[in-house]
Design a protein around this ligand. Structure first.
Ligand code: G6P
Length: 366
């Protein structure tokens, strides 16, 4: 194993740094927006559907949450995202005109498979999986599929599977937008162009590692952390908190920043670092006032700010400047520093990064 890891110390670290390659591989065949990328009969399914129901677990569930923001904004059809283990046991209202999308790295997660079978038993026939394993049960049991080409992921904490799922979900968004005529061809071409540029944008973000290492030093001694984001970056805050919990065993939770005043603000002290995902989007001014609420209570801020924003380093406010603002695809970039933060914090604590206690890579039993 040591030889194939060179020059890395852990699989998770290797997999974080492989993301530009994993994303490029996932997008190799994507020369245009075309339903056929999801299967020969995809155009028929996409024409027939009027909404999307996403089912998944863990990190894959969070990529589904990001997709909801994308699909509703760009393809303009309603999206519901549900944790697979909840959906399968709930008395839901079937809506056979929904496209059921199951997202899974392994394609074998028991709850997600059961949720898919449950949806089919309720009359849902438009089924699609976004999956990293072409030979998996989920791919076999869905009408349509898109295979992410992250390559084998060994670290229990998912990294490259997540960002490649996001790339596939963005492509799905554009394809649905085309089928539903929600965007014109020029706009679709622009979106596709930025998607194809994402591997090099991720490469630039990986260069921020030295600055993340200095943040991680401060997190090693902490028992709790709070992650804030808004809009499509709220699920990124959730994923950042999950990564930190999974491998460093620091209790972390994520909140949509607007909810801060409805609870978590009561927990903020100098012993509770607050990570803020702060892209330069329409919500930035709102986010800045959320940050002031934290500072006013003595909370220490760790802000991932985009280029050209007026958030600067000051007492109690640590800023890492992202290379460029990336519009709708920004969640793919902002998760990278959060993966690195969890990794370096865990490294500093000496935990088993690739095999965290009590967790399994793929949960194939209930
Ligand atoms: C486990 C893994 C997570 C993963 C989740 C869903 O909990 O530890 O990293 O996100 O299962 O797995 P799947 O293979 O369905 O994406």
């Amino acid at each position: 194993a040591a030889a194939e890891l060179e020059p890395y110390q852990h699989y998770m670290q290797k997999e974080i740094f492989e993301q530009p390659r994993a994303l490029a591989d996932t997008l190799t065949d994507v020369l245009e927006v075309n339903p056929a990328l999801f299967g020969d009969s995809a155009w028929r399914h996409f024409e027939a559907v009027d909404s999307v129901l996403i089912l998944a677990c863990g990190t894959s569930y969070y990529s589904g949450l990001v997709a909801k923001y994308w699909i509703e904004a760009i393809a303009k059809i309603p999206v519901q995202v549900e944790i697979a283990s909840e959906y399968r046991y709930r008395q839901s209202v079937p809506h056979p005109a929904a496209l059921v999308v199951v997202i899974s790295q392994s394609g074998e997660t028991a709850d997600t498979l059961a949720a898919l079978r449950h949806a089919k038993s309720l009359g849902h026939n438009h089924t699609l999986t976004i999956c990293n394993v072409a030979t998996s049960t989920m791919v076999r049991e869905c009408a349509l599929s898109y295979i992410t080409r992250a390559g084998v992921e060994i670290g229990v904490a998912s990294t490259k599977a997540f960002t490649t799922q996001l790339a596939a979900l963005y492509l799905l968004t554009l394809t649905l937008a085309q089928s539903k005529k929600a965007q014109d061809e020029a706009s679709l071409a622009k979106h596709l162009h930025s998607l194809r540029h994402i591997p090099s944008a991720v490469q630039a973000v990986l260069a921020l590692e030295p600055q993340i290492i200095s943040w991680a030093r401060a997190f090693i001694g902490m028992d709790n952390a709070l992650f804030l984001g808004r809009g499509a970056h709220y699920p990124i805050a959730l994923e950042g908190a999950l990564k930190l919990k999974e491998i460093s065993y620091i209790h972390a939770e994520a909140y949509p920043a607007g909810e801060l005043k409805h609870g978590p603000l009561a927990l903020v002290t100098s012993a509770m670092p607050v990570v803020v995902v702060a892209p330069n989007d329409a919500l930035l001014e709102k986010l800045k006032s959320n940050m002031q609420e934290v500072r006013a209570r003595g909370g220490v801020l760790y802000v991932l700010a985009d280029a050209h924003t007026s958030i600067d380093n000051s007492e109690g406010t640590h800023v890492i400047r992202m290379p460029e603002h990336y519009g709708a695809l920004s969640p793919i970039l902002h998760v990278i520093p959060l993966q690195l933060l969890a990794y370096h914090t865990a490294l500093g604590k000496g935990t088993d990064v690739d095999k965290p206690r009590n967790l399994a890579k793929s949960v194939t039993v209930e």
